[in-house]
Design a protein around this ligand. Sequence first.
Ligand code: GN1
Ligand code: MG
Length: 361
Amino acid sequence: MDLNLQNIVSQFEIQGNVSDVRPLGNGLINTTYKVETEGDAPNYVLQHVNNAIFPDVDMLMDNIVAVTNHIRAKHEANGVADLERKVLRFVPAKDGKYYHFDGEKYWRVMVFIPDTVSQTAVTPESSYIVGETFGNFQAMLADIPAQLGETIKDFHNMEFRLQQLREAVAENKAGRLAEVQWLVDELEARAEEMCKGERLHREGKLPKRICHCDTKVDNILFDQDGKVLCVIDLDTVMPNFIFSDFGDFLRSAANTGKEDDKDLDNVNFNMDIFKAFTEGYLKSARCFLTPLEIENLPYAAALFPYMQTVRFLADYINGDTYYKTQYPEHNLVRSKAQFKLLQSVEAHQQEMQAFIAEQLA
Ligand code: GN1
Ligand code: MG
């Protein structure tokens, strides 16, 4: 066992004696370990927070603690059973802060929730429940008294993401531009339409609400029966357009292939997942959504594959400085797969509009 990691864990108010610390999960940003303890004490999750991406760790942990406390209180008031599996619980360090700085890195610890299942592909049945869960997540956080900060400035700001791509193109640091110019052109052709959210916001027509902002399937824990337990990976919880949670979930869940599928024939937009998820989401979110937000849900479904193509491609052009990659072309493969998904979403715009109209009738 890594003595350094064990030493870091000992800075936190955990119960029991640590018996093992080993790598867990496959996040693209933070590095995660499972901490096993002896006997009946709970196990824990130790995470190294990527401080290059989340520069303000105080703000980050204030957000997360406010959100998890607020949700826990709501669940308690509603008599939700099995509470400890329905919301994450972070463990303070011995100095009372919710992180430990070891002089170089920032660390945090949360209680490990046992017997969970992660899914990368979901069924229409589970998508309905997930839709309802995210609708509820947004509804529960609608009255949070804390003022949440933007843990990554302009995280889902499409205008900003395009600007980053344009800078990457202008600098062409890794000399990779020529081979991807066709994709840059495809993205530029859609740029104005895709920045609609920011425009509507400036015109005062589109509000920001507290959103999760990384609602992909592997950020949801399910129980053994496929029921949703809770949403994890709360670093990006911040004020945003509701499009974020709706669109980013569909980006991963309604993709018939993988986020980085090399075979583009595998990648299509699954309308059964869209329908089930949208039905569940509207059930719990309809009470607070405005007509303009509802009308633009199909736009949200296109926005996220588009934004992710822009982000992966910018990183590829920059020489892979942001996302962890497994091989040199990885970000390009990801970009192409996300773009194929976007094209499939575009082909279904009318069908999505018709389905939503039907739901509201
Ligand atoms: C990153 O860390 P992870 O894998 O949950 C990224 C998301 C992207 C996602 C693509 C802070 O999330 O925005 O959608 O990869 N998170 C950050 O898989 O940039
Ligand atoms: Mg994650």
